[in-house]
Design a protein around this ligand. Structure first.
Ligand SMILES: NC(=O)c1ccc[n+]([C@@H]2O[C@H](COP(=O)([O-])OP(=O)(O)OC[C@H]3O[C@@H](n4cnc5c(N)ncnc54)[C@H](O)[C@@H]3O)[C@@H](O)[C@H]2O)c1
Length: 291
């Protein structure tokens, strides 16, 4: 199937990055969110990120203008119905995602491919609640989308070969690299990454190290480009907790128990960069560790 237009649901960190790379690659993009503020913030961020790419000679000013012209926004989910490919990138909660697919379904073209950017939720289960499990896939982009090279492709048990091949072609058109993962909780990247982040939070919780010493240890001692707590703030602590819960429930192994301190931060609304406070406080000029 030749994909020309793409609907993106959710204009948060991931949705705006996904819209950005698709528009630069020449696809028409419609972004939907439940909040006008999120849509405005998302498109403002896309513009700023494109401007940065122009200033670094990564793309031309003409490419930027053409990309911005290809992006439309809407609060009305049915307006995504005529697109060839839908990428759901809303909050990491199964009930939210299932309700979106249910509401969208009656408005879709029969051939439209449905995908979810979920970090951890079962693709087979999400697909089974739609009218097209054979044309449903996990399409997992990494954060920040314009920078990160990898896209995980996850087939549900019913996904057909044509859908998989179509998405492989789309990834190629975006200039990114696909890795195929089986449909098990959190797939490949987050199955490995999230327990490490959770362990870093336990290390903080048990007083083994401070925020600064934990992050510096992993940067200088393990050559990680970012410390695990800095990375958790970047991903969003609500998303990290949601993924740990999916691992814990889905694999029924206590080694995936979310750290109580991570739960407490989320309960406080300290979700990381997006709320200006997480393991670091981002309200000043430079991030300040909170412990
Ligand atoms: N943050 C990461 O590093 C990362 C990486 C890969 C994948 N993901 C996944 O991407 C998805 C989105 O994560 P994010 O970090 O962008 O979250 P976010 O909190 O930044 O954005 C979520 C957006 O979804 C919108 N939303 C909520 N309910 C909606 C609905 N019913 N309809 C339309 N929009 C709705 C919210 O208003 C918000 O703008 C999650 O499934 C997450 O697991 C996140």
């Amino acid at each position: 199937m030749d994909i020309k237009s793409v609907g993106v649901i959710g204009a948060g960190q991931m949705g705006n990055g996904i819209a950005h790379v698709f528009a630069v690659a020449g696809f028409d993009v419609v972004i939907n969110d439940i909040s006008q503020e999120a849509l405005d913030k998302g498109t403002g961020l896309i513009r700023r990120n494109l401007e940065r790419q122009v200033s670094r000679d990564k793309i031309s000013a003409e490419t930027m203008d053409a990309a911005m012209a290809r992006i439309k926004t809407t609060l009305k989910l049915p307006e995504l119905g005529q697109t060839d490919l839908v990428i759901e990138a809303a909050t990491e909660r199964e009930t939210v995602k299932s309700a979106i697919f249910e509401d969208l379904q009656p408005h879709l073209k029969p051939e439209t491919i449905l995908t979810s950017n979920t970090s951890s939720i079962s693709i087979t289960r999400l697909a089974s609640r739609t009218d097209r499990p054979e044309r449903f896939m996990g399409f997992h982009f990494m954060n920040p989308v314009p920078v990160m090279q990898l896209v995980e492709l996850i087939r549900g048990i019913a996904t057909d070969e044509a859908t998989y091949k179509t998405l492989l072609g789309v990834v190629e058109k975006l200039g990114k690299t696909a890795a195929s993962a089986e449909d098990f909780p959190a797939f490949i990247v987050n199955r490995i990454l999230m327990p490490m982040i959770n362990e870093a939070v336990y290390t903080l919780y048990e007083g083994v190290g401070s925020v600064k010493s934990i992050d510096e240890s992993m940067k200088l001692g393990a050559n990680h480009p970012m410390g695990p707590l800095e990375l958790a703030d970047f991903i969003g602590l609500d998303t990290c907790l949601a993924i740990m819960n999916v691992l814990h429930d889905g694999l029924a192994d206590t080694k995936y128990r979310p750290c109580p301190l991570l739960t407490k931060y989320v309960e406080a609304g300290w979700l990381g960069r997006k709320t200006q406070r997480g393991f670091y406080d981002y309200r000043g000029e430079t991030p300040v560790p909170t412990r």
